[in-house]
Write a protein that binds this ligand. Structure first.
Ligand SMILES: [Zn+2]
Length: 290
């Protein structure tokens, strides 16, 4: 079992998600103690976007880490060039020098502390189990609809890569309670990595987790104008069940659109501000015992 020695902790992949930015600066400044058996690097991924307090300058940095994007030669997009620089520094994705990349994000959705993993192998399953044991309020979200290497996320330039998603927090704001959750969550994940390296991970029973199903778009007119809003019954209730036939959108004319799927689903990223441009209202997940 190859151990984890190099860990890159990343914030500011999106420049207006302040928790990770403060956390990286504080980790680099020695304010929080970390297990000393690991070799850390700290990275503010998109400093220009951080300075501008915006998600990105040209394109979303956290969608530029597909292998074909990283292979582009010349281009004028700031974040595409930046992705290649980061990939050279902590990747490269096809042969990573970094064992684990932990990328810290905020969401405006009420998702609490959510660990996003992109593969469902034992390493991630036990990490999630350890986190649930020590931080039961945390949510575990598995996005394994494509393979690890096919994901375009920054964290995939590590041999292992995860995202911490913390909310609800408005863009450009840093809440103390959300910051404290990020410190706690990161601490448990690194405790787990130390146990993994010692081959001392205990056996875990099953625990609740969610698996991404699909994204749901706002109801739009032919001119692509929004015709309704996320229904109040699901607003702020990320990871609560939505049953077939229950209201999903409240239209401006007072009518409702109900969820017409066949199975119970668990909405999350509900009304995420960053997804407004793509008219995504929320994502759905399946709940399972992992
Ligand atoms: Zn983000």
């Amino acid at each position: 079992m190859p151990s984890i020695s190099s860990v890159a902790i990343v914030g500011g992949t999106h420049g207006n998600e302040l928790t990770g930015i403060h956390l990286i600066n504080n980790l680099a400044g020695g304010i929080h103690s970390l297990p000393d058996s690991l070799d850390y690097s700290f990275l503010i991924a998109n400093p220009d976007a951080v300075a501008a307090n915006t998600r990105f300058i040209d394109v979303d940095l956290n969608r530029q880490f597909a292998l074909d994007n990283l292979a582009y030669q010349a281009n004028s997009l700031y974040e595409l060039n930046l992705a290649q620089t980061i990939n050279r520094k902590i990747g490269p994705k096809d042969n990573p020098r970094t064992d684990l990349v932990i990328d810290i994000h905020n969401t405006t959705s009420n998702m609490g502390a959510t660990l996003i993993v992109l593969e469902s192998n034992d390493f991630y399953r036990n990490m999630a189990a350890y986190l649930k044991q020590h931080m039961p309020s945390a949510h575990i979200l598995v996005e394994d609809e494509v393979s690890y290497l096919e994901h375009p996320y920054l964290c995939t330039c590590g041999r292992y890569g995860i995202m911490l998603e913390l909310g609800a927090q408005p863009q450009g704001v840093c809440r103390a309670d959300v910051y404290a959750q990020s410190v706690e969550m990161l601490g448990h994940i690194l405790e787990y990595v130390v146990l993994y390296n010692r081959e001392a991970v205990p056996e875990f029973g099953g625990f609740e987790a969610y698996r991404l199903l699909e994204v749901m778009h706002f109801p739009l007119s032919e001119e692509e104008k929004i015709l309704g809003l996320v229904h109040p019954n699901i607003q702020d209730r990320d990871f609560a069940v939505l049953e077939p036939g229950q209201p999903m959108f409240l239209m401006f004319d007072g009518s409702c659109i109900n969820y017409d799927g066949e199975q119970s689903v668990y909405p999350h990223f509900i009304n995420e501000a960053a997804y407004k441009a793509s008219a995504v209202a929320f994502a759905t997940a399946d709940k399972f015992i992992w």
